[in-house]
Design a protein around this ligand. Structure first.
Ligand SMILES: *Cc1c(COP(=O)(O)O)cnc(C)c1O
Ligand code: SF4
Length: 433
């Protein structure tokens, strides 16, 4: 094997040890105060790889990785910002500040797309916690120990898993119920381990879950997917961490068992693909026979330009990764700050897509994850001289809805489905009585 990249000991940073980041101490005082204020509402955690290798501290306030992991003032609407800032200024007790933070959180749609109410499957009449089954082919499994991340994204749609009352709301402690469920659901071909980030788990622990899935010997289980941001936020997990080699061996074991192993890797910006460590990590993962598919939300202040996406998809393809989804920023948390209008999202997608090789056009989007399914903004059309927004389901709760074009009134401001009006009729076809 090639010589290893530099090893690093993982160091997490939160509000408690913020002062240990020398670069933060050099930021303007107001920025530091804003960070500490907004960080009371949203979860904040970053690490030494993000700080040392990704963030360009000379331009920190415009830097995509600073904005991705550090809370900034714009993430709260002014009224909420003032409310929490006032409590901190008055030196109200910690419990009271937390109560105010919880009240603000409750107004930020902490559980978008009915994740908690709609997607929990049942086995013998009992709900299965930590499991979601929305689309026939794929079951999501949230291992309890994988419900944190190497750093928290400021735009994360699962932010309330990490902050606020009773966090870890979606978590499974055992895999046996999943296996029993799968054995009765031959339509399921994919299990997606997700979080949080399951690759925060030590290999030994992750192996207990994966070995159980392999040992169950379910012929209809074709693919194990792992949803992860680790390639971007802690690539040492695959190179120099103490159990990195064991992790790669575990991946190889899956592929040798004739199961497809898909790393659903979260990348937001081409610069994440440029460090020596991430390049080595990608190469090592690919040597195991696992496939890396990439996905990202489209985010204002971070990646809302077609050239960024074109460069990202080109680089991914050159590194042997497969571009998979561009998502629309969900209607939760700081959507008012990171969200991009749907029509603008489609323009960015189209302008990036037409500038990359066909091999990178495996990507689909922009895709909006809503209660009925994943809706792609396909483009602008004309019906009897009027402009309309053309949409279709890429995934749907009811599989018959997939790939059926439908239309909404043209609206340049809308950032989410609930702001769209059906074109020429009362209801969208999927909400018709
Ligand atoms: C996106 C998603 C999936 C996976 O969909 P694919 O199109 O197969 O990648 C599965 N379950 C839920 C709840 C999802 O949101
Ligand atoms: S890594 Fe994924 S789950 Fe974790 S904070 Fe970022 S977006 Fe959320």
């Amino acid at each position: 094997m090639k010589p290893s990249s530099m090893s690093r000991t993982y160091q997490a940073y939160t509000l408690r040890n913020l002062k240990q980041i020398p670069q933060v101490q050099k930021l303007p005082r107001t920025v530091r105060r804003e960070l500490e204020t907004v960080g009371r509402v949203y979860p904040f955690r970053t690490n030494n790889y993000v700080v040392e290798e990704l963030i360009d501290w000379d331009h920190a306030l415009d830097d995509p990785f600073f904005i991705s992991t550090f809370p900034t003032k714009g993430m709260l609407i002014p009224a909420h910002y003032e409310e929490i800032a006032k409590a901190i200024r008055k030196n109200t007790g910690t419990a009271e500040i937390e109560a105010i933070a919880n009240h603000i959180r409750s107004q930020l749609n902490p559980h978008p797309a009915g994740q908690i109410e709609y997607n929990i499957p049942y086995l013998d009449g009992m709900p299965l916690p930590g499991i979601q089954h929305k689309y026939p082919q794929t079951v999501l499994f949230f291992p309890a120990q994988g419900q944190t991340c190497h750093a928290y994204c400021s735009f994360c749609f699962r932010w309330s898993q990490f902050a606020g009352p009773g966090n870890l709301k979606i978590a499974a402690h055992r895999i046996e119920p999943l296996i029993r469920y799968l054995s009765r659901h031959p339509e399921v071909s994919d299990v997606l381990l997700t979080g949080g980030d399951p690759l925060v788990m030590k290999t030994r622990l992750l192996a207990t879950y994966i070995d159980a899935l392999l040992a169950a010997d379910l012929p209809h289980l074709e693919t194990i997917r792992i949803g992860t941001k680790t390639l971007s936020y802690w690539p040492h997990r695959f190179t120099t961490d103490a159990d990195a080699q064991d992790l790669l061996k575990l991946f190889t074991k899956v592929t040798r068992n004739n199961k497809h192993l898909a790393l659903m890797a979260h990348f937001n910006h081409p610069r994440e693909l440029e460090t020596q460590t991430v390049r080595e990590a990608i190469a090592r993962v690919r040597e195991t026979g696992a496939q890396i598919r990439t996905q990202s939300p489209l985010l204002a202040h971070i990646n809302d330009r077609p050239d960024i996406w074109a460069r990202m998809w080109k680089t991914q393809t050159a590194l042997g990764c497969i571009p998979y989804y561009m998502f629309v920023t969900r209607d939760t948390g700081a959507q008012h700050y990171f969200g991009v209008p749907l029509i603008r999202a489609w323009e960015i997608f189209k302008d990036a897509y037409r500038n990359v090789t066909g091999l990178a056009r495996t990507v689909r989007g922009p895709s909006m994850s809503v209660v009925p399914g994943k809706i792609e903004i396909s483009g602008i059309g004309h019906i009897k001289g009027e402009r309309v927004l053309v949409l279709q389901f890429l995934q749907a709760r009811n599989p018959h809805w997939v790939k059926q074009p439908f239309f909404a009134e043209y609206n340049e401001k809308a950032t989410w489905l609930d702001e769209l009006k059906p074109f020429g009729k009362e209801n969208f076809f999927f909400t018709e009585p």
